[in-house]
Design a protein around this ligand. Structure first.
Ligand SMILES: Nc1nc(=O)c2c([nH]1)NC[C@@H]1CN(c3ccc(C(=O)N[C@@H](CCC(=O)O)C(=O)O)cc3)CN21
Ligand SMILES: CC(C)C(=O)C(=O)O
Ligand SMILES: [Mg+2]
Length: 273
């Protein structure tokens, strides 16, 4: 690792070049203040459509709009300067055709200043990935457990437990890599499959419920810091309990207000201290 301060963001070609090298560190971020705190510690910040669940309280990622992704992508961009910045294409903004996907991806690139976009899907999205990449938009793939397909999949169960599913997901990963994706997320698949995909494809794999053998790892920041408690996937490791700290701070404030301990002299205007 160089100790010289770099100018500009980590680029998508630099991420691609990390295949088989030092693990790529990724986290989601949805806001400028969080991005500021994560920027120097990660290689890549992902503005995930998980923001619909984490910030907006939706049951799943399907109600997330392109306008939401643009607003949060632009906020994360303003709060960071070093990390490669990838923004999720939300459900309904890209599945219909390569041309529709290009329009949505171009808005994300132009209106957020992100480094690239991410979309979910395998062989059925390969032509779309190629269409965007050939026209200058770096694309990160996302295979395995693809949350935008929760209704078709019937839930968030890990995938690849039977041989047909394993073959399908491997074919999906190969198709996305062949289409020109600079990297791909592998979510919620049995460990040996995530490892096998990582060995097979020439671009970096970023695991979430994948394998330590993946070329990088990603987690949802709010899961990591204990700020989301809707559900806790097996793949989450909690590194802090910020949610508990927020509740304790609110309780202490409430007690101070009720006891007239707050505001104190130092918080007041026009009172000698
Ligand atoms: N906060 C948050 N973190 C995420 O990782 C995340 C989101 N939101 N929203 C979009 C998707 C949904 N994801 C999920 C949600 C639930 C499980 C889960 O509870 N899995 C169970 C198994 C469920 C079953 O077997 O039926 C597990 O034990 O991991 C996994 C991934 C991942 N993504
Ligand atoms: C967890 C990552 C891969 C994601 O797609 C999201 O946060 O939406
Ligand atoms: Mg996502």
């Amino acid at each position: 690792m160089s100790t010289v301060r770099r100018i500009g963001r980590v680029s998508t070609p630099e991420i691609k070049a990390r295949k088989g090298g030092d693990p790529i560190v990724c986290l989601t971020a949805y806001t400028a203040p969080m991005a500021r705190r994560l920027d120097s510690h990660v290689d890549l910040l992902l503005v995930g459509d998980s923001l619909g669940v984490v910030l907006y309280g939706f049951d799943n990622t399907l109600p997330v709009t392109l306008e939401m992704m643009i607003a949060h992508g632009a906020a994360v961009r303003r709060g960071s300067e070093r990390a490669c910045l990838v923004v999720d294409l939300p459900f309904g903004s890209y599945q219909e055709s390569p041309a529709v996907a290009y329009r949505a991806a171009a808005r994300l690139m132009a209106e957020t200043g992100c480094s690239g976009v991410k979309l979910e899907g395998g062989r059925e999205m390969a032509a779309t990935v190629a269409f965007l990449v050939e026209r200058g938009i770096p694309v990160m793939g996302h295979v395995g457990l693809t949350p935008q397909s929760v209704n078709a999949l019937g839930g968030y169960r890990a995938r690849g437990r039977d041989p047909e599913q394993r073959q399908a997901i491997m074919a999906d990963a190969e198709a996305i890599a062949a289409a020109g994706a600079f990297s791909m997320v592998i979510e919620g698949v049995i460990e040996p499959l995530a490892r096998a995909i990582t060995e097979r494809v020439a671009v970096p794999t970023i695991g979430i419920g994948g394998s330590p053998a993946c070329d990088g790892q990603v987690l949802v920041i709010d899961d990591l810091i204990g700020m989301f408690d809707g559900f806790t996937p097996k793949f989450v490791k909690r590194y802090a309990e910020i949610g508990d700290q927020v509740a304790a701070a609110a309780a202490a404030y409430a007690a101070d207000v009720k006891a007239r301990r707050f505001p104190a002299k130092e918080h007041l205007y026009g009172v000698e201290s």
